[in-house]
Design a protein around this ligand. Structure first.
Ligand code: HEC
Ligand code: HEC
Length: 463
């Protein structure tokens, strides 16, 4: 009985991603990029135009989701113009407008009024209101999105709640702007053998699921890395990043037919350049900060400018001291999946089976990629540099940028405020008291004087 229910729960874990899909994915052969594009250009074209996951919802459903919003939002939406209502929906779900496109960044049209989710739903964001593909989407309200859609289908389309009862059994995200992405992948890979063939039900033995939300890394740092993910446990490979399209609606043949697409998608991700800081920088102060950086930070984070270098160093968890749930939450069975068979490019992919900590990331364009650390727990670079003053709970504004502290414009709280009553209100706040969300650790800046930190903050803007 216990085992059966664990398996069922696990199967339900991927269910949210597919249960919202009413149809099978359209055939991949219907979408071919125009001739004459470079590999990286094709990669972006694929991300903007090709379906790799089933359609999540119809345009008409999206236009009507406001009908299940809580008050007073619902009444405001009812009175609003169609355009204003759309803006409200983008804001509620953390969807990113892309100039010249009707659909949000990260969603692809199926040509039949259906929207399918794509990589840029998590890997395309905005900073100070400006959309940037390859910047993590630190707004995405995945859980709220899925819950509203279910609610709408039950209340307005006559669907049975029991059809969806399971699909919210596993968290998609516990705070807006981060997702339980690695656990989706733990589940998806547990369903297949090393040749990507779906296993018979009785052979599915999923590992325990330790949920943890993550803030995706910026694509522009990928080129410097040999290994992927915060613990660098697997070598960079276009097949490894296909793990997220392994939904049961995609057959093994279909996934393999996308092999070349993902060569291009990886080439695209590696071609993304960090954006430049948009406001003035005090060059004199920044030069002082560079000296501080080279003395205190570059041994882990590398050097920048001419003769840039990047050591890609794994730092033991005890030394870096940031939240360890991500490290503990990745089961050995899952890591081993990438060592064998098709996904491993027949053994070419190297796996670190037992990483001891996190890899210090490159800091190019770091001004733009707030919030900080792998769990997105720290809202500004000033807070990274002042470990004792990091907020316990914070709430960001939609498009505000804090040029003094360099990062998100936030309100700070000592605990979750009383007005955050419903679950979707609570998810708007980043609450460091929740599991996996600690903002502690990385105390290295405590060795610095206040003047040194001020100079260092100026330098970090220039990377
Ligand atoms: C639900 C959100 C989500 C979706 C969808 C998603 N990713 Fe990610 N991605 C993440 C998160 C979170 C991480 C960080 C994981 C970690 O470090 O453990 C990540 C990491 C990565 C990395 C490694 C970056 C690095 O610097 O180590 C690559 C490459 C990547 N994703 C590519 C893709 C591609 C390609 C797709 C589409 C097939 C995709 N992702 C879909 C959330 C997502
Ligand atoms: C001993 C190695 C080490 C030293 C020294 C170090 N860091 Fe880090 N740093 C790390 C690691 C590891 C992470 C990733 C932690 C995580 O995400 O949980 C990190 C993360 C960061 C981040 C967040 C990056 C992001 O994209 O989220 C910033 C910013 C940063 N460090 C700045 C600095 C600065 C500035 C200094 C110098 C005062 C410094 N670090 C010194 C290892 C180091």
């Amino acid at each position: 009985m216990a085992r059966v229910s664990i398996i069922l729960l696990t199967l339900w874990a991927f269910y949210p991603l597919i249960a919202l899909a009413d149809e099978d994915s359209p055939e991949s052969s219907t979408t071919t990029p125009p001739a004459g594009l470079s590999s990286s250009e094709r990669g972006l074209w694929f991300l903007l135009n090709k379906h790799y996951m089933a359609s999540d919802l119809k345009q008409e459903e999206f236009d009507n989701l406001w009908k299940v919003w809580p008050e007073p939002l619902r009444t405001e939406a009812e009175k609003a113009s169609k355009e204003e209502r759309r803006r409200m929906a983008f804001s509620r779900y953390g969807l990113i407008e892309m100039p010249g496109r009707t659909l949000p960044m990260g969603f692809v049209s199926d040509g039949k009024q259906g929207w399918g989710m794509n990589c840029l739903a998590c890997h395309g964001g905005k900073v100070a209101g400006e959309p940037i593909a390859g910047l993590p989407n630190s707004h995405f309200a995945f859980q709220t999105w899925a819950q509203d859609l279910v609610e709408y289908r039950v209340r307005f389309l006559g669907r049975k709640r029991s059809e969806f009862a399971q699909n919210l059994a596993v968290p998609l995200s516990r705070s807006n702007g981060s997702t339980n992405a690695q656990i989706f992948s733990v589940v998806l890979t547990a369903l297949r053998d090393s040749d990507l063939v779906m296993k018979p039900f009785k052979e599915i033995h999923p590992p325990p699921l330790i949920h943890h939300d993550l803030d995706a890394p910026a694509f522009w740092n990928l080129k410097k890395k040999q290994n992927l993910y915060i613990d660098g446990y697997v070598s960079k490979s276009h097949r490894v990043i296909m793990q997220f399209v392994m939904l049961p609606t995609n057959s093994d043949e279909r996934i393999k037919s996308w092999d070349n697409d993902f060569v291009d998608i990886l080439a695209y991700a590696e071609s993304v350049k960090p954006p430049r800081y948009k406001w003035p920088i005090n060059r004199e102060l920044s030069a002082k900060g560079e000296a501080v950086f080279n003395d205190h930070c570059s041994s882990c984070h590398g050097t920048y400018g001419q003769n840039a270098s990047y050591p890609e160093k794994m730092i033991p968890i005890e030394e870096v001291g940031t939240d360890r749930r991500r490290l503990d939450g990745m089961p050995l069975e899952h890591r081993k999946f990438f060592e064998h068979g098709w996904i491993s490019e027949d053994g070419k992919v190297k796996v670190v089976e037992q990483p001891t900590g996190y890899v210090a990331p490159p800091l190019d364009g770091v001004w733009a990629s707030a919030p900080y650390f792998h769990n997105g727990s720290v809202p500004t670079l000033w807070h990274v540099l002042h470990p004792d003053q990091r907020p316990k709970v914070w709430l960001r504004s939609e498009d505000g940028y804090d040029t003094a502290r360099v990062g998100l414009e936030v309100k700070e709280f000592v605990e979750l405020p009383g007005e955050a009553k419903s679950a979707d209100d609570k998810r708007k706040y980043f609450n460091t008291a929740l599991p996996g969300k600690s903002a502690a650790g990385h105390d290295f800046p405590n060795a610095l004087s206040e003047d040194e930190r001020t100079a260092l903050l100026e330098y970090l803007k220039s990377l």
